[in-house]
Write a protein of this length. Structure first.
Length: 439
């Protein structure tokens, strides 16, 4: 291990090796272990062209996440950003510029966070709204399973990522946002395009934000029992733009991170043959430790020269906390003092952890109830993962299934089955039908 770097070493003056490489995509644990071996608790790395301190140690990661006096999120605290050294085309620039709640500090953050917490609260816990949501998640899960397995005589192949883990949270998000069905499908398609980050993504982001602004205006006129209306009730004076950005964050996180955790949990269960035995909540916990969907968290910036893991981070330098590295660190125990960081920690910790875990748990439970037999169609180490600087998820999860091996309960008894989806009218269901056709 190298000796501590000089006081307040300026990141820009240090040799930093690129983080996101083929090797990182192929074998992230080995790359992180090598960085820890060479640098200790924090390592200077090059994040797609920007020098960043990567926080590898669990104790130091928790310190950064919980100490908002020293570690800020607004990019105005980033020296390179202020000095114009972060080019407009830096791949993560649009994230940093996004003006979402995750980049607010102090009072501004507390106010936005209070509105978001209030808007999400009815869906978490034991209340009637949370109960209705659980029924809806169950009904959507059953609808997707019936759809993906239709026409195969009860046996066949499916992609449990594209045909199940990804659309399920999207459908839930649609309901949370109170989107009318027809528009809901368009929104789902745009979120899908944004998550794919292909050439259609920039237009999709633009359309999505426009649609969310219209939704906020509509809910100002006609409030309903949904997240936008509750955001407005809590913060009626906040601008339509601000509410639309909160909704965008909620929509994209619900879809991306929740889908990633559901798919990864199914892989863990199938790879270890424990789908039938594992308690979904324990399975989720283990998966969140081994494969946190957000393997790296968005940047934080030192408010002043601040000691961190043997170095002194200069005021204005960025740090990136890596839950993936922190979970592999000897200081991580999983206890209350050293919890896993898959949902963050401190003032910016995920406000929707119970909701996300409920979606994933029901998603696992319905797969277990409906499929008589389910096997991975590829060895676990050949499954295609999509690695981005912040989020990691499966690209696809090919399985062979057999619905007929056990008297599988059809749609859960307590839940009204949903009508067959309107494939011809709906771009979303047409897409799912294409995936079914491709097996
Ligand atoms: C398995 C699914 C999810 C995972 C793994 C996850 C993870 C995270 C993490 C790690 C953070 C903290 C980021 C940081 O400190 O830089 C976060 C923040 C956030 N998450 Fe989640 N999340 C999930 C689902 C959701 C859902 C379903 C929603 C909304 C319904 C949501 C809304 C948010 C919001 C609004 C923030 C920003 C909080 C703030 O800055 O105060 N997340 N999430």
């Amino acid at each position: 291990m190298s000796s501590p770097l000089p006081t307040a070493a300026r990141l820009a003056d240090l040799p930093a090796e690129p983080l996101i490489t083929h090797e990182y995509e192929r074998n992230r644990p080995a790359v992180l272990a090598a960085l820890r071996e060479r640098h200790g608790a924090v390592a200077p790395v090059d994040l797609l062209g920007q020098p960043v301190w990567l926080v590898l140690d669990h104790t130091e990661a928790l310190r950064v996440l919980t100490d908002e006096a020293h570690w800020k999120k607004a990019p105005a605290h980033w020296r390179a950003y202020r000095e114009g050294a972060v080019p407009r085309d830096w791949p993560l620039r649009f994230v940093v510029d996004s003006e979402m709640v995750t980049f607010f500090d102090d009072e501004r953050h507390a106010a936005a966070r209070a509105a978001i917490d209030a808007a999400i609260a009815p869906y978490q816990g034991d209340g009637a709204e949370a109960g209705r949501l659980r029924e809806l998640i169950t009904a959507h899960a059953d609808q997707l399973i019936s759809f993906l397995s239709a026409g195969g005589g009860g046996q066949g192949m499916a992609d449990l990522c594209g045909q199940y883990a990804r659309p399920l949270p999207l459908m839930v998000a649609n309901h949370l946002l109170g989107l009318p069905d027809a528009e809901g499908d368009d929104v789902l398609m745009d979120v899908w395009r944004v998550l794919d980050a292909g050439p259609e993504a920039p237009m999709a982001v633009h359309r999505l934000l426009g649609g969310l602004r219209e939704l906020v205006e509509e809910k100002r006129r006609h409030p309903g029992a949904d997240i936008p209306s509750r955001l407005l009730a809590h913060a009626p004076d906040a601008s339509t733009d601000e509410h639309a950005l909160h909704l965008n964050m909620i929509l994209v996180t619900t879809a991306e991170s929740t889908g990633a955790l559901l798919a990864a949990s199914l892989v863990h269960a199938l790879a270890t043959g424990t789908l039938d035995e594992a308690d979904p909540r324990e399975l989720i916990e283990r998966t969140a430790v081994a494969n946190p969907p957000m393997q790296n968290l968005s940047l934080r910036f030192a408010a002043a020269d601040t000691p961190l893991g043997g170095v002194t981070v200069a005021a204005g330098d960025p740090v990136m906390v890596s839950p993936a590295a922190a979970h592999a660190c000897p200081h991580f125990t999983g206890s209350d003092d050293a919890p896993h960081l898959a949902f963050g920690a401190g003032p910016h910790a995920c406000p929707a952890r119970p909701l996300a875990e409920t979606i994933v748990a029901i998603g696992i439970e319905r797969v277990r109830a409906r499929f008589g037999e389910l096997r991975l169609a590829l060895p676990p180490d050949q499954l295609p993962w999509r690695v981005t600087p912040l989020v990691t998820g499966l690209r696809s999860l090919p399985v062979r299934y057999d619905l007929t091996r056990r008297p599988a309960p059809e749609p859960a008894a307590a839940v009204e089955p949903l009508p067959a989806p309107p494939v011809r009218r709906s771009a979303f269901w047409r897409l799912l039908a294409t995936l079914r056709g491709g097996r």
